[in-house]
Design a protein around this ligand. Structure first.
Ligand code: ZN
Length: 71
């Protein structure tokens, strides 16, 4: 019983090391986020294009400034 746990621990460690100490899914998420930050989106109010990072998201729509966001 305890031997099984040790084998599981070793296998788990090997899988962890195989992925270079971090899971590839996490790395990909960071890349996607960076790409998303630089993506241009259109302001729902005045149609100005701003990056996602600069824009303001409200109710699933992007706005270029708080002025546009407030109607
Ligand atoms: Zn705007």
């Amino acid at each position: 019983m305890i031997l099984k746990l040790i084998i599981f621990a070793i296998v788990g460690l090997l899988i962890y090391k195989f992925f270079g100490g971090k899971f590839p899914k996490m790395g990909r998420t960071a890349d996607e986020k960076q790409l998303e930050d630089n993506t241009l989106v259109e302001c729902a109010k005045c149609s100005t294009y701003v990056t996602v990072k600069e824009s303001m998201l409200m109710n699933g729509e992007y706005y270029c400034s708080s002025k546009c966001r407030e109607k």
